[in-house]
Design a protein around this ligand. Structure first.
Ligand SMILES: CC(C)(COP(=O)(O)OP(=O)(O)OC[C@H]1O[C@@H](n2cnc3c(N)ncnc32)[C@H](O)[C@@H]1OP(=O)(O)O)[C@@H](O)C(=O)NCCC(=O)NCCS
Length: 158
């Protein structure tokens, strides 16, 4: 059973920005968003809007999730971020982080977890990952992010 850290510390802004950069699929603006969510969350009461689970490696953050309740919904949650260091891919860390996040959402009364991703080829691992973890692709919106880069909306009833 993995133990993940849910509290954020001062080095997480840089560590999480570096981690999402290392995955190679996110653009600079997306990396900045990932970093800003850490900054914003550290400045507020813990668990206010965005919840985090962090997998600490020996020298850096190996993986993390960021998720939260979707405002205005009946306990639907969204997985905003999941990333695992490429050196650790296919060793079950992503699944462990996702399952721990689902468990936390359930504990908070959440009934569904949704995850948005891209239809681009370099996101095929992410789409296979969601499917392998029981998520259904409910919808695709062509050209949502850019021409040829659509939106894929996955979800799971917990
Ligand atoms: C998606 C991601 C988090 C998966 O992390 P991971 O630790 O490698 O995943 P796991 O080892 O837990 O994989 C669990 C299962 O998902 C599926 N899966 C994961 N990566 C896959 C790949 N590259 N190709 C095919 N299936 C894959 C497999 O069924 C796998 O089980 P198996 O290894 O026993 O066959 C990781 O690839 C990542 O960080 N990608 C970049 C960021 C990203 O795309 N995030 C999500 C979109 S916003």
């Amino acid at each position: 059973m993995n133990e993940f850290r849910s509290d954020l510390n001062a080095s997480d802004e840089a560590d999480i920005a570096a981690l999402v950069t290392r995955t190679g699929v996110f653009n600079a603006e997306e990396v900045a968003i990932a970093r800003d969510l850490v900054t914003e969350t550290r400045a507020k009461a813990p668990g206010a809007d965005y919840l985090f689970l962090i997998a600490d490696g020996v020298t850096h953050v190996d993986g993390y999730t960021c998720y939260g309740r979707i405002p205005g919904t009946d306990n639907r949650y969204e997985l905003y971020w999941i990333a695992v260091d490429p050196d650790s891919h296919r060793h079950g860390l992503g699944r462990a982080l996702l399952e721990a996040s689902e468990c936390d959402v359930r504990r908070r009364g959440g009934t569904h977890l949704f995850a948005e991703t891209s239809t681009r080829d370099d996101y095929a691992p992410a789409r296979r990952f969601y499917t392998a973890n029981g998520y259904v692709c409910y919808a695709e919106v062509p050209d949502f992010h850019a021409d040829g880069d659509g939106l894929a909306i996955f979800g799971k009833r917990l």
